[in-house]
Design a binder for this molecule. Structure first.
Ligand SMILES: *Cc1c(COP(=O)(O)O)cnc(C)c1O
Length: 406
């Protein structure tokens, strides 16, 4: 098929077919050279503080926005779940892995999101892969925001649908793409994030929902970073007052809920179809009981303590106000730095001051927009937030930073 054929002689010379270890080492050297090699640091984490190289740093890089992964009631629920149901689900849910906690968790999620039903997956990544490829296929059209999470792009690719990427939060662009292309496909699915994971801004959900309704396009929101921290914990769609206009609510239990697992909330027919057809649901083991138990307890806390769910955003807003930045729209505040090495240096400087603010580099974010991503938690002491703002203002030279969402 017009493919180059490698002979054994080629194979001895060609870089492409060197030994596996040589291939991996060379690739790492290339990535190192452009500051894109990634290394895992051990993080002995006790709530807010992280240990790095024997030093205790206050973390502003965690998505556990309410610190629920260390909440006594959430931990107790996980332990109780293990006592009753064991440490693993034991099988795919369609076989014997459908333990009662998963059913209870789905009922709770559906209630929180105001949908008829819900489906829990092993993770948010698995939810997007499974849901997108179940709802659309080769004949269909997908539209996604350019800054959407890697697993949304991966789900679109897996589905085989024609995929159009629209400029970030650009209503004119998405409307013109949809109007020009909608007619050529039986089904169209538009996907965006509620709160953007690396930029912290929010999608224009109301306008998108109206557009989708007018163009007969299915609308799916990934609210991984909205659940638990906006809309009194119910998420971005509730905050925007348009939850009922969005048929597909996807998210994760691994961030503000302090646990693990992904979900889709939708109508009963859609959920029944997903449970029948989504490959990452059918062919993957059910979420472990401890994760389900912890998530149920966390969702209870959202309901019982709306004032707790408001804290991360209000702390982020105090921070942006202190620095004269545009008001935070979520607990995530990006400081765009530009080149990866500069972002790493800024992160290092903050570490010297006792703060862990991880540098985010391409391909997680677009080229030239390496950044510090600051994530605020309900448990961050206000005095430390003020000190962080002051260190950034004086030592990082704020004039050289431009916020992403402006
Ligand atoms: C974290 C994240 C996911 C993946 O969720 P996991 O449960 O961690 O796999 C999906 N979408 C967005 C926007 C995320 O930020």
């Amino acid at each position: 098929m017009g493919r180059k054929r490698y002979t054994p002689e080629d194979n001895n010379e060609s870089l492409a077919v060197q030994s596996l270890d040589q291939f991996a080492s060379d690739k790492l050297v290339q990535l190192e050279r452009i500051s894109l090699r990634r290394v895992l640091a051990e993080s002995a984490r006790d709530g807010l503080y992280v240990e790095r190289g024997g030093r205790k740093l206050l973390s502003f890089s965690c998505n556990d926005y309410l610190n629920l992964s260390h909440h006594p009631a959430v931990k107790a629920a996980a332990k109780a779940a293990i006592e009753v149901y064991g440490t693993g689900a034991g099988a795919s849910r369609l076989v014997t892995g459908n333990h009662p906690l998963l059913v209870a968790l789905e009922e709770k999620l559906a209630r929180l999101k105001g949908t008829e039903a819900a489906c829990v997956f092993g993770s948010g990544y698995l939810a997007n892969l499974g849901v997108i490829a179940t709802l659309v296929g080769k004949e269909d059209l997908i539209l996604i925001d350019r800054l959407s999470h890697a697993c949304i792009h991966a789900g679109a690719q897996l589905s085989g649908a024609s995929t159009l990427v629209f400029d970030h939060n650009d209503m004119n662009h998405v409307a013109s793409l949809l109007k020009a292309n909608r007619g050529a496909y039986p089904h169209a699915l538009l996907i965006t994030e509620g709160v953007f994971s690396m930029d912290g801004d929010r999608a224009p959900l109301k306008a998108l929902a109206t557009l989708c309704r007018d163009q007969n396009c299915w609308f799916m929101i990934d609210d991984a970073h909205g659940l638990g921290v906006v809309g009194d914990g119910r998420g971005s769609a509730a905050a925007a007052g348009c939850a009922a206009d969005i048929p597909l609510h996807m998210g994760t239990l691994s961030k503000a809920a302090g646990s693990y697992g992904g979900y889709l909330c939708a109508s009963k027919p859609v959920i029944d179809l997903v449970k029948t057809r989504a490959r990452t649901f059918i062919y993957s083991t059910g979420l472990p009981p401890a994760s389900a138990g912890a998530a149920i307890a966390a969702l209870d806390i959202f309901e019982q303590k709306p004032e707790l769910t408001r804290l991360p955003l209000s702390k982020a807003q105090n921070f942006t106000q202190r620095l004269g930045l545009p008001l935070a729209q979520s607990p995530i505040v990006p400081l765009i730095i530009g080149e990866p090495e500069a972002a790493l240096a800024a992160s290092q400087l903050l570490a010297e001051e006792g703060f862990l603010v991880t540098a985010i580099r391409p391909p997680t974010v677009p080229q030239g927009t390496a950044r510090l991503r600051i994530a605020f938690s309900a448990a961050h002491p206000d005095a430390e937030i003020e000190r962080l703002a002051d260190v950034i203002g004086t030592r990082l030279g704020l004039s050289s930073l431009c916020p992403a969402s402006s």
